[in-house]
Ligand binder design. Structure first.
Ligand SMILES: Cc1cc2nc3c(=O)[nH]c(=O)nc-3n(C[C@H](O)[C@H](O)[C@H](O)COP(=O)(O)OP(=O)(O)OC[C@H]3O[C@@H](n4cnc5c(N)ncnc54)[C@H](O)[C@@H]3O)c2cc1C
Length: 451
């Protein structure tokens, strides 16, 4: 099919024999796929609903600081992402650091950043800690994640760690990552989380470190966008797609503003509910599989403070009644000089996509979250806040529910030329950019054979 887009593509005449691919979604997945397909000599158009690329990894302005809308770290062992950053000339720009972890329990902050501190942690006794260690080692050594996918995560952790360690250690951690959705989640979730954290040791590195490119994802995305343009990728921003459907000899994409674009192939990278809404002509089974993916949403506040907090990158919350599921202090991981000496803190609350908390105004979220932050850090008051912004995303992370890998949506659909590749296809991993990049790399290898 010849490209029927309204504007000519850069280099279109020279490349007229190559197939034309449309990619819906300009997050890290869509961008990586666009880069690889353009390197294969395909003509590529990247279509993004938002005015900027990056999706969940995009950046925003917070007072005088531009930083990620959601907190992001890169691990030393994130090899797929680091290879991509290296190609963009940014791997050398990562600043690495060892971080500290805190726990808020019994109205106090405790450091649990090493084994000694964990042993001293008053909430767990030595038997609990020994069983915790055995649980982590067991998960780090196992390879049979399919079996773990059949067991609820709480059952598996209680079996290995005991009830007390589950309630005092694992449950707050599960809640901090999954909210109440932990009850629907399989043990494969904790397995993949531990596998990710142990990847550095397995690959021979002595320890894991956390890092971030100087300038954050704003810098990564700007450099990546330039690279895509240099490769001739056409980028349509502020262009929400309303329909993707079969057309004679290919696939047609209708934008909300009425424009229609024709492609030989279209890859939809948006989350499963958005893909289900847009894609026409799918079979009932394909629609059922898309609808069957349960998502976790997030309300996440970015708070710029006059000064950094106590230096814990993650603080897990054991005490009940706090309005958020963890405290993430980015200025404990990234040097505060990048924030003009200020503190940057994220307050995430993971919840179900239909939770009424999504409807709360920014002012209400600020009131409730600041009350919570003052419980953890009594010296912090409203006068310390330089900027406060709230991000809301209803479909962030597909939940690894029981038997998840047997119910995946198809990657190549029954509509000729229509492909779905999104975070729902991460089966034995957690949601992170390294997995996202790997997903794009695998899809690109597969698409190499499609002319
Ligand atoms: C709170 C939080 C913390 C995180 N922390 C980390 C971390 O520390 N380390 C790490 O590696 N990863 C982290 N991640 C995960 C990381 O952000 C994701 O793995 C990655 O950004 C997913 O990219 P994606 O392209 O698959 O999806 P998305 O970023 O969701 O991109 C999908 C894109 O599709 C677009 N779209 C949707 N519908 C349409 C439509 N109809 N038309 C056109 N465009 C459409 C969206 O606007 C979006 O830009 C975190 C995520 C969150 C939310």
């Amino acid at each position: 099919m010849s490209g029927a887009q309204t504007e000519p593509l850069p280099g279109a005449a020279a490349a007229s024999a190559s197939s034309h691919w449309g990619i819906v979604g300009g997050g890290m997945l869509g961008m990586t796929l666009a880069l690889r397909l353009s390197e294969q000599g395909k003509r590529v158009t990247l279509i993004e609903a938002a005015p900027q690329v990056g999706g969940l990894a995009s950046a925003w302005q917070l007072g005088d600081v531009t930083w990620d809308r959601h907190y992001h770290v890169t691990l030393l062992s994130d090899t797929a992402l680091r290879k991509l950053l290296d190609e963009l000339g940014l791997d050398e720009e990562i600043e690495w650091t060892e971080t500290r972890t805190g726990v808020f329990a019994g109205g106090k902050l405790h450091s649990v950043s090493n084994t000694l501190e964990l042993l001293r942690f008053p909430v767990l006794n030595t038997v609990n800690i020994a069983r915790l260690g055995a649980t982590i080692l067991s998960a780090a050594r196992r390879t049979d994640w399919q079996q773990l996918e059949q067991i609820p995560v709480a059952d598996w952790l209680i079996r290995w760690s005991g009830k007390r360690a589950f309630e005092r250690f694992w449950l707050p951690l599960l809640r901090s990552k999954l909210g109440e959705a932990y009850t629907q989640t399989s043990a494969a979730f904790i397995w993949s989380t531990i596998q990710r954290l142990y990847a550095a040791r397995r690959s021979g590195m002595k320890r894991e470190m956390f890092g971030s490119v100087r300038g954050g994802y704003a810098r990564v995305l700007e450099t990546f966008s330039h690279r895509l343009r240099d490769k001739g990728v056409r980028m349509l921003l502020d262009a929400p797609v309303s329909v993707v459907g079969p057309a004679p000899g290919g696939v047609e994409v209708s934008l909300r503003d009425g424009r229609q674009l024709q492609f030989d192939h279209v890859v939809v990278t948006a989350a499963a509910p958005a893909a289900a809404r847009a894609c026409q002509g799918l079979t009932e089974d394909e629609q059922t599989r898309l609808a069957g993916v349960c998502y976790l949403g997030i309300v996440c506040a970015s708070v710029l403070l006059k000064r950094p907090l106590d230096g814990y990158y993650v603080t897990n919350l054991l005490d009940a009644g706090l309005p958020f599921t963890g405290v993430i202090e980015m200025s404990a991981m990234v040097h505060p000089r990048q924030f003009n000496g200020c503190g940057l803190v994220y307050l995430p609350r993971y919840l179900a996509p239909d939770d009424p908390f999504f409807e709360q105004s920014d002012d209400e979220v600020r009131r409730v979250f600041m009350q919570g932050l003052q419980r953890v850090y009594p010296s912090i008051g409203d006068a310390d806040v330089l900027a406060f912004r709230v991000s809301r995303v209803r479909h962030v992370m597909p939940l690894p529910t029981i038997g998840y890998s047997t119910r995946l949506p198809p990657e190549d659909t029954s509509v000729a030329g229509l492909h779905l590749v999104n975070s729902a296809h991460i089966v034995n991993g957690t949601l992170n950019v390294n997995e996202t990049v790997q997903l794009a790399e695998r899809a690109a290898q597969r698409f190499a054979a499609w002319k």
